[in-house]
Design a protein around this ligand. Structure first.
Ligand SMILES: Nc1ncnc2c1ncn2[C@@H]1O[C@H](COP(=O)(O)OP(=O)(O)OP(=O)(O)O)[C@@H](O)[C@H]1O
Ligand SMILES: [Mg+2]
Length: 451
């Protein structure tokens, strides 16, 4: 997470504003029970209704003030989250755009999309909303605890015994829940894969009469998914009821002890009421603790995954001196070219020379390396050894844009961008090709009749 601090630093002004609003909000919050105390002791018990009315108005204004601080602070902290998410997403996408083939071997597009979308959101969320929520909980607990101790240290002890137990229970709940949630997310992916394979390949499934087998395969996955979901609900139900009961017991004991102190030690009713208010305000931070810890843990994992992508470089390096492609000579030459990926020899000592106007057909069984030869020529892959030349120039000395602009590739699997047909057809030469030329080329390739 710390590696992404620089993304957050950009928003330092908003951090200062949020801190200020947060401190003001918690301080106003801590004043409300004090007003309740005076309202009861000096207004209601003393039967001074005018005083009581004034204090009620004061209490109401404090609530409005608190709400306003909270609203602005949450809004600003959310803008920090969105800003950091936006910047990380941009960085991941720009980084991916610059990389070559080896990078995309390691990270497939879905992988990169998940980093850019989901993981960047997790990290952004932690730097904004979660961070301030954690600070608020800490500050709130400290201020409220001081207020409780000032009323009566003995009463405060009851709260301090229960609070850590409730906090630990909520953390344990999230820990156990997260483990199963991870399994559920893996299982969701598997179930989706099983269903989409069976549905996409439905013709093949039907042709081979394998509907029964596919149904069985899916039913098994679905049953396992159901079991996992039920066990997750079981964890939530049992932990939630335990923390809820404990917090109620804590409140009941506090009221009981408070009552005794009112009778025996002359604690005023107002003090008792403000004490109960403080106790109640210490319950929610404990209940949120588990969620907060798990959010930070998730963001940390996401930050690690994004970093893995950003730390992987496979940018195409153009060697000095940079050369130009000769105008006439377009001889393509492979000289002792070999390629090994992850210890596996893909191509071994490839040598050939094609002069301008000649055609070379390469035949070979699937996986023998035909497409790899084309990928080497366009520098989507780099040879482990050997030299590739066009017009006698080593292609590592050519600007990548120039090299690729001079090579046309027709692939077996076509890919259309979600743009107009015109934009797709002119992708490589946008702005540089006339309408007539485009129509002429479409007619040449027999496509004009159906476009
Ligand atoms: N970027 C890569 N990373 C790892 N292995 C790769 C990569 N590109 C190709 N290979 C491996 O190199 C071998 C040759 O693949 P290639 O796609 O060139 O075969 P092909 O002859 O074009 O096959 P087909 O006839 O099926 O198109 C395969 O074993 C493939 O798995
Ligand atoms: Mg191929």
């Amino acid at each position: 997470m710390l590696k992404f601090m620089s993304f957050a630093m950009k928003y330092w002004r908003r951090y200062i504003l949020c801190f200020f609003l947060l401190v003001c909000g918690v301080l106003v919050d801590s004043l409300i029970p004090q007003v309740v105390k005076v309202l009861i002791d000096d207004g209601i018990v003393a039967q001074k209704y005018e005083v009581a009315l004034k204090l009620l108005v004061m209490m109401f204004s404090f609530y409005v003030l608190r709400g306003t601080f909270k609203y602005v602070q949450e809004f600003v902290s959310d803008t920090i989250s969105q800003g950091v998410t936006h910047d990380i997403r941009d960085k991941v996408f720009k980084h991916a755009q610059k990389q070559g083939g080896a990078f995309f071997n390691r990270f497939n597009p879905t992988h990169i999309m998940t980093r850019a979308r989901h993981d960047s959101e997790n990290v952004g969320f932690s730097f904004g909303f979660c961070f301030f929520f954690a600070v608020e909980i800490l500050f709130h607990v400290i201020v409220m605890s001081i207020c409780i101790i000032r009323i009566d240290p003995l009463l405060a002890t009851t709260v301090f015994i229960f609070m850590p137990i409730i906090g630990i229970l909520t953390i344990a709940e999230e820990r156990r829940g997260d483990k199963i949630s991870d399994e559920i997310s893996d299982e969701t992916a598997l179930m989706n894969k099983t269903a989409s394979q069976a549905l996409t390949g439905i013709r093949t499934v039907k042709a081979f009469g394998k509907e029964g087998k596919e149904k069985h395969r899916f039913a098994n996955r679905n049953r396992y998914f159901f079991r996992l979901s039920v066990s997750l609900e079981d964890i939530f139900a049992s932990f939630d009821s335990a923390t809820w009961s404990l917090s109620r017991i804590m409140q009941a004991i506090s009221i009981l002890l408070g009552g005794v102190l009112v009778i025996k030690r002359g604690l005023t009713l107002g003090q008792l009421a403000s004490y109960v208010e403080y106790v109640n305000s210490l319950v929610w931070p404990m209940l949120e603790l588990g969620w907060l810890v798990s959010s930070f843990a998730n963001s940390n994992a996401s930050a690690r995954k994004i970093k893995e992508v950003l730390d992987n470089y496979d940018e195409v390096v153009v060697k000095e001196p940079i050369q130009m492609l000769p105008k006439e000579d377009r001889t393509i030459e492979f000289e002792h070219v070999s390629l090994t990926i992850d210890g596996k020899a893909i191509l071994k000592d490839i040598n050939f020379k094609i002069t301008k106007g000649k055609t070379l057909g390469i035949m070979g069984e699937t996986g023998s390396g035909k497409s790899t030869i084309v990928n080497l020529l366009t520098r989507f892959l780099e040879p482990t050894s050997g030299v590739i030349r066009i017009g006698g120039v080593d292609i590592t000395h050519l600007k990548t844009e120039e090299l690729r602009a001079n090579i046309s590739t027709v692939t077996r699997d076509i890919f259309w961008f979600s743009e107009t047909i015109r934009e797709n057809l002119t992708k490589g030469k946008q702005g540089k090709i006339s309408e007539e030329e485009m129509i002429k080329l479409a007619t040449l390739s027999d496509a004009n009749s159906f476009i």
